[in-house]
Design a protein around this ligand. Sequence first.
Ligand code: BJW
Ligand code: ZN
Length: 246
Amino acid sequence: MCQIPDELIKRMRNIRRLVISTGAGVSAESGVPTFRGDGGVWDKMSPHEMASVDGFMKNPELVWQWYQHRLEIRDNVKPNRGHEVIAELEKRFDYFTLITQNIDGLHTVAGSINVLELHGNITRNKCLDCQEMYEPEIDLSDGLPYCECGGMIRPDVVWFGESLPETVLEKAFTDTEASELFISVGTSAIVQPAASLPLMASRSGAYVVEINLESTPMTASVDLFLQGKSGELLPRILDEFSKNTD
Ligand code: BJW
Ligand code: ZN
């Protein structure tokens, strides 16, 4: 297993602004499937059919069934050590922001507070037409859910081709540019604009760390690549960081 370099721990002790950004890999050890790679969701399903407005309009029943299935998975899993360590790190820095692409809400369950959810949250629903928000529990047994305005109700998540929530994205950019240390965890670094954040941090002078099971398009440009599971590496980073140096 790879070592945690002293360089990283020294930097953590000398900075005030930490940003951690996460993707599906951080929830994998909780039992939430990732999208890409072996056994990933996109092996069995098409991103266009399941994660775009066109796909939803074409077959809303299918897309709803998939989100109900994922909600069920989410309701039956718990945060893992990776989520817990991220929540603990938030308490140790003056300025801390967690930017996640995940819609499972597990960071909040683990105790993270300052969380920016770039791609929405599976427990919320909204009207496709008027954006009115709806109850987390949608009962599909009576057919598809509709808004009072007549529009279709859909999960409040961001599909391909859709804009990310504006204020959330603006805050993600601002905090990324201000970060002194930026740690990207468990993302394939393919989906934009989330994938551009580490580069943005680097250009603004932050030290950029990537934690992943495998290398990604981002790996060549980070300052430090730690290969392994987030649920194992993050606790080791916290242990080293917590050691008394006197
Ligand atoms: C572990 C691990 C362990 C496993 N420990 N690691 C510029 C260039 C090209 C294209 C675009 C561009 N700008 C915009 C686009 C289009 C598009 C895009 O990026 N396409 C790319 C595929 C090329 N982006 C968009 O459409 C975005 N909107 C946008 O930009 O709006 C402006 C705009 C509008 C119109 C035109 C142009 C611009 C929206 C993107 C929405 C993404 N939505 C999804 C579904 C959300 C809802 C849901 O979850 O159902 O978000 S797709 C899916 O991918 C989901 C994820 O959040 C996202 C990222 O996936 P993530 O988290 O990286 O997971 P994986 O599975 O890919 O990777 C897991 C990683 O973990 C792997 O690397 C493993 O190795 C690792 N791992 N176990 C550590 N234990
Ligand atoms: Zn409506």
